[in-house]
Design a protein around this ligand. Structure first.
Ligand code: SAM
Length: 302
């Protein structure tokens, strides 16, 4: 990945981009799955970049990881068994483990080099989460893991890279994949996935929503502003049990206190309500999008 004249340019579409000033390159490598770059950026501090796409930055990763993890975990009455697919840098794992009801978390990432380089150069992200006795780290393809899995989970968090054509996560946003997830969820289980930008890839976000809804029947989408992604970022959930969207702000705050989750930087009751308030235009796109299948997967524009 060329940093050019101390600039890293991340394309949101073929003709729009976010330029990040870069002070230094901390690590740059290529695993069997993807290119891995860890840089010190001017605005966002240290930054993990995979295949040219910003994954996490020190400055705003908490917005993404709290928005991804807590709505589903708080909505579940007692999340004891959790599966994380992807999440290599450890921020998602860190947030899941805050929930004291969690007895076991299995984390499946296809690329051990992302995990290792994040533990080495971005320890502030995982903050020791990988050493927690409740964690089992599996190195492998999340799709294959789900297909062969005999365990059952209360919450599944899918935090894989974006659906890029030819990318390692290409088949983790399809009907067949979510059917596999539904099979390994307990009767009141919930799945949540990152679902790309609701602005630059609204159609992709809407397709992910319709695909999850076609499998679960009860599904929803929500959004959070992630500055480093230069966009409102979308998340989609499907539920066999409680629906996160119906929780009031007071109920969320009560549960956070009851479950001893006090020191979040972003997520709380009022934020929960705001996350689930989607603009009409986006809700219309969500209604009319197609369902993604293995034979016709959905992709981001770039
Ligand atoms: N926050 C990021 C985002 O929103 O795009 C995702 C974070 S995390 C770095 C993405 C992880 O997904 C990476 O560690 C990558 O190795 C992993 N991944 C990609 N495809 C995968 C697959 N098929 N199975 C398991 N992990 C996968």
């Amino acid at each position: 990945m060329s940093l050019g004249w101390k600039w890293f340019i991340e394309y949101q579409t073929p003709n729009s981009a976010h330029m990040h000033g870069i002070k230094s390159v901390i690590y740059s490598g290529k695993s069997k799955m993807q290119s891995i770059d860890i840089v010190e950026s001017c605005e966002y501090g240290k930054m993990l970049i995979l295949d040219g796409k910003v994954q996490s930055t020190m400055r705003d990763e908490y917005l993404y990881h709290e928005a991804l993890v807590h709505p589903a975990m708080i909505a579940h009455p007692r999340p004891e068994e959790v599966l994380i697919i992807g999440g290599g840098e450890g921020g998602t794992l860190r947030e899941v483990l805050r929930h004291t009801a969690v007895r076991e978390t299995v984390m499946v990432d296809i690329d051990i080099e992302v995990v290792e380089s994040s533990k080495r150069y971005l320890p502030e992200l995982s903050r020791g989460a990988f050493d927690d006795g409740r964690v089992e780290l599996v190195v492998g393809d999340g799709r294959r893991f789900v297909e062969g899995c005999r365990s059952r989970f209360d919450v599944v968090v899918v935090d894989v890279t974006d659906p890029l054509e030819g990318g390692p996560a290409q088949l983790l946003y399809t009907k067949e994949f979510y059917e596999g997830i539904k099979r390994i969820l307990n009767e009141d289980g919930i799945v949540v996935t990152q679902a790309t930008s609701v602005y630059y890839s609204a159609y992709c976000f809407a397709t992910i929503y319709r695909t999850v809804e076609s499998v679960f029947g009860r599904a929803g989408g929500y959004q959070a502003w992630i500055p480093a992604y230069d966009s409102m970022w979308g998340f989609v959930y499907g539920t066999k049990g409680p629906d996160p969207r119906v929780l009031s702000g007071d109920e969320v705050d009560e549960r956070l206190v009851k479950r001893g989750i006090g020191d979040l930087k972003f997520y709380e009751g009022a934020i929960h309500r705001a996350l689930f308030t989607l603009p009409r235009e986006l809700r219309t796109v969500m209604k009319n999008a197609p369902v993604a299948t293995d034979s016709s997967p959905t992709f981001m524009p770039i």
